[in-house]
Design a protein. Structure first.
Lengths: 120, 165
């Protein structure tokens, strides 16, 4: 009788441990379908590429004015301040490119080539 | 690689003002001086640090001028004499060189701006420095010159990366 009671206690404890383990495993490692999908893309750059070209600040000659972020997927363009070093694009799955805009020595608007954004 | 157009200006310097309180040994002559500025193109072999893809084509500005003094060069006595020249970047408001570098017989100077010659206009002035008969400092009106490095193209941003959020 005493042995039967001990066996029941050990069995109950074993079931408890197993169930606890199963539960923690299920909550700590969710399946891939449960992970949140990225909704935006943080675009960063280390330099506008023209450190010796002065910022326009109202001037229209020999200066850099702003940047354009192009969503190549839908064609949408956003203007960003030349002093910025990052931009959060709304569509994480789209393809983006960035260029620098400014003025040449004769006051003509000029732009760099679009530089594609490399997604990490 | 950017291309640049350069415009130089030359201005005639005005004679060093002479307010001698003692009679100079020789009569002042009428000095005629010009200040010239010439941009020197980047040379990969030159001992000038090159910031990759960031500077203009130019690493230095070569100045030269003529000066006919109306008083003698200074010796041990700093009276009734001229000691040399002061070159100033009037765009930045910085003194580039003083008579300790630009002595009375100096007629040229190579200026190497840190990082290269910037885009846009850079203006400079050159004055002659001297002393009157009481040893008070004298400065001539400035001769001026300017250089313009025009932007003709722009570089794209660098190290452009995107990180899903």
């Amino acid at each position: 009788m005493k042995g039967l009671a001990s066996g029941a206690i050990i069995f109950t404890f074993a079931i408890f441990v197993l169930c606890t383990g199963c539960g923690s495993s299920r909550t700590s490692t969710p399946s891939s379908s449960e992970q949140p999908q990225p909704t935006s893309l943080l675009i960063t750059w280390s330099s506008d590429g023209n450190p010796l070209v002065p910022v326009c600040n109202g001037a229209t000659q020999n200066c850099k004015k702003d940047l354009t972020v192009l969503d190549k997927t839908n064609g949408a363009e956003v203007t960003v301040a030349i002093t910025a070093s990052n931009y959060t694009a709304p569509n994480a799955g789209d393809t983006y490119a960035v260029r620098v805009n400014g003025f040449d020595g004769e006051g003509n608007s000029i732009s760099s080539e679009y530089e594609p954004v490399t997604v990490e | 690689m950017k291309k640049a157009l350069v415009f130089l200006s030359l201005v005639v310097i005005v004679p060093l003002t002479h307010v001698a309180q003692t009679t100079p040994k020789s009569a002042p002559t009428a000095p005629k001086s010009n200040l010239g500025a010439r941009l020197v193109t980047r040379n990969n072999n030159a001992a000038v640090p090159a910031a990759v893809g960031t500077t203009s084509l130019y690493t230095q500005i070569a100045f030269d001028w003529q000066y006919t003094p109306n008083i003698p060069a200074c010796g041990s006595s700093l009276t009734n004499c001229y000691s040399g020249f002061t070159l100033t970047n009037t765009t930045l408001g910085t003194v580039i060189a003083t008579p300790s570098t630009l002595g009375p017989i100096t007629l040229s100077y190579a200026y190497l701006p840190v990082g290269g010659v910037p885009y846009g206009t850079s203006a400079f002035s050159l004055v002659a420095n001297g002393y009157d008969g009481s040893g008070n400092p004298l400065t001539s009106p400035p001769a001026t010159a300017s250089v313009v490095v025009n932007v003709t193209s722009l570089n794209a941003p660098t190290n452009l990366t995107g990180k899903p959020q």
